[in-house]
Every structure is written in structure tokens, then in C-alpha cells.
Design a protein around this ligand. Structure first.
Ligand code: ATP
Ligand code: MG
Length: 253
């Protein structure tokens, strides 16, 4: 039985899609079978970040309604063996998406892969409710800023009401010059504010946008700052020693 991870944040634009794609690629590169599910109905972007825009025809609504099997709907990544992608519908085609059916789909995926990542929509409304109880793990993505951290804390409360998954904080878009600035929020403050252990620190890195522009998943551009951070997080999820050293951010990145 594999592990499922909800990638969430509350606040929009924190890097959920970037992290879901990056971790999926890195874990597949480590030899794992990985499924990456776009659950951002209406505003899906994971296909772009994985470099799969022209490769998808079916989506998870086809699976939930029985129009297609999972085998038919899963899109194998042409450049990353072991990585499969399941798109979100652009619009919901009649009826509504059922939470129980979505949970069951993730459960089935866990039976056939090592890792399943669900890229969540921003906010705590319908898109969040659809997926909130689907995974046994969660990654909450936030910048080192109060609005994002407060939304992260609310998201964690909402997750606990649904399923109480094992949850980590991922700090994204870290700018070394802003860390340990007098009066600023440091990584320890962030962990205290949200009450979560830290899985990783991802630096602000122009390669993130370059990768999307080139239609390539970030880790395939090499070990840039953000790509290296994704690789380190993947190693930690695999149980390898790749310690997080918040106090040495400036030296590391
Ligand atoms: N570490 C980073 N360095 C530089 N740019 C980044 C980094 N992480 C994310 N970005 C950029 O920030 C923007 C938002 O990222 P992303 O789409 O992954 O966030 P999101 O949380 O999925 O957004 P949404 O809530 O809209 O789904 C994108 O333009 C992305 O390229
Ligand atoms: Mg997104």
C-alpha cells in the first residue's frame, strides 16, 4: 500500500502545484511508482508544470463517473518513467463531484503506486472539501509571511476536522536575505505558528518559472536551488538522512 499526500495551503499561489510536481518527479527518479492528481477543478495547472499540456485527454471526473477506467485515464510521463498524471476536469460536466467517490479513487491508486500526490485548489470551500479526507498525509505549503501562515493554520484545523492526516510544513519561496531579519518571521516561528514539523525549505528560484516556460518539470533542469530542495524532501520522505538545517539556509542555498 502506497502513501497519499494532499498538497494544500489555504492561501493561493504558495507553490502547491510546484511542490506536487517537483516531489512527484524526484520520487519517480528515485525508482518509485508515483501518481500525481490535479484536484484544482476549473483552474488546473499541474499539466503545465509537469510539461504534459498536450498529452492529456481524460480527467478524474471520467474515472469518478465510470466513463473511463483509471488505467485509461492515467497519463504516463514520456520523460519520467514511473510517473503518471491524472488531470482535473476544466469544468464539471453535470452533477457534482462526490467526496466518497474521490476518496475511493485515491484509495485504489494507493494500492497500485508508492506515492500519490493530490494538488489541491486554494481556499477552504468546495474544492477543498472534495479532497480533504482523501489522503493519509498532507503537506501544507507556505511562505514565511503572516497571511500565508495564518491561512495554513486554518487549513490544518480544517484537515483535522476531516481526517487528521500526518502533516508537514513546507516553506517555499525562501529569500535568504529575509531570514533572520530583525522583526521578521524565521523558520522556527513558522513551525510554532502552524504547529507542524518541517519537511523542507525551498528557496526562491527563477528556475521554477524557466522550467514552466520550457515545458519541462523543474527537477529535469538539474539541481538548482529549488530542484535540489525538492530532491532533499523526496529523500526525507523515503526515510533517508537529508536533514533540514534552517539555521544554515544562507550557506546551503
Ligand atoms: N520556489 C519558487 N521560486 C520562484 N517561483 C516560484 C517558486 N514556487 C512557486 N513559484 C511561482 O509562484 C507561482 C505560484 O506557484 P504555484 O502555481 O505552484 O502555486 P499554487 O499554490 O499551486 O497556486 P494556486 O493556489 O493558484 O493553485 C508560479 O508562477 C510559480 O512559478
Ligand atoms: Mg496550484
Amino acid at each position: 500500500m502506497g502513501k497519499s499526500f494532499l498538497v494544500t495551503s489555504g492561501k493561493g499561489g504558495t507553490g502547491k502545484t510546484t511542490v506536487a510536481a517537483g516531489l512527484s518527479v524526484c520520487l519517480a527518479a528515485l525508482g518509485r511508482q508515483v501518481v500525481c492528481v490535479d484536484a484544482d477543478v476549473g483552474l488546473r495547472n499541474l499539466d503545465l508544470v509537469l510539461g504534459l499540456t498536450d498529452h492529456t485527454a481524460l480527467d478524474f471526473q471520467d474515472v469518478l463517473t465510470g466513463t473511463a477506467s483509471l488505467r485509461e485515464a492515467l497519463c504516463p510521463h514520456p520523460l519520467v518513467p514511473g510517473l503518471f498524471f491524472l488531470p482535473a476536469p476544466v469544468t464539471v460536466r453535470g452533477g457534482r463531484l462526490e467526496q466518497a467517490a474521490f476518496n475511493e479513487m485515491i484509495h485504489v491508486l494507493q494500492d497500485v503506486c508508492d506515492y500519490c500526490f493530490v494538488d489541491c485548489a486554494a481556499g477552504l470551500s468546495a474544492g477543498f472539501s472534495l479532497v480533504a479526507a482523501s489522503c493519509d498525509h498532507a503537506l501544507v505549503i507556505s511562505a514565511l509571511e503572516l497571511p500565508a501562515l495564518r491561512d495554513a493554520a486554518r487549513t490544518i484545523e480544517a484537515l483535522e476536522r476531516h481526517r487528521s492526516p500526518k502533516t508537514w510544513l513546507v516553506v517555499n519561496r525562501l529569500r535568504p536575505k529575509t531570514v533572520d531579519r530583525p522583526g521578521g518571521i524565521n523558520v522556527d516561528d513558522a513551525m510554532d505558528l502552524v504547529g507542524l514539523p518541517l519537511l523542507g525549505l525551498i528557496p526562491e528560484d527563477v528556475a521554477v518559472m524557466d522550467a514552466v516556460a520550457q515545458g519541462l518539470p523543474l527537477p529535469l533542469l538539474g539541481r538548482t536551488g529549488a530542484g535540489q530542495a525538492m530532491h532533499d524532501m523526496a529523500l526525507r520522505l523515503e526515510g533517508h538522512a537529508a536533514p533540514v538545517k534552517p539555521r544554515r539556509i544562507q550557506a546551503t542555498y
